[in-house]
Design a protein around this ligand. Sequence first.
Ligand SMILES: [Zn+2]
Length: 180
Amino acid sequence: MALREIVHYGDPILRKVCQSVKDFSKLTKLIDDMFDTMYEESGIGLAANQVGVDLNLFIIDITDIEEEAENIYVFINSQIQESHGESWFEEGCLSIPDVRLDVKRPEFITLKYQDENGEDHVEKFSGHLARAIQHEVDHLNGVFIVDRVSQTAKMTVKKELKTIEKKAVSKSKFRKEFVL
Ligand SMILES: [Zn+2]
């Protein structure tokens, strides 16, 4: 088990559009570490740049929410092709600890992505899974939940954001390059 440090709001890597994965042969360790880290932090989704890796890759495990046997996913080079409908749900984020916000998102999406073997997929998603996917795709495009809410809603967490941002900015200056 190898845990990675979660990067927080304010770190420049979380404002970048992440690079596409081209080499699929070296992802196993990164993906294993990301699952370990996500479970340790009790998250249901984690994007690679949240552990400081600039790659278009994220993982999701919503087994607890859906109460099904298995709901574990790895998505690589994802692109939302189509979305429709509307739903509201309170979201949290491992990169913005202790902040929760009601976020409006499309309810249904069509996602183009690749799996760990580089195979192409186009699939439709809805419900919690569609929401979790959109949250993580946002991360890979440098977007946070605070960018998805009104200015008024953002003001309610202004203090918390400032504190997290200050720490993350100073930490990022000392961060070494993360390895896959
Ligand atoms: Zn997040």
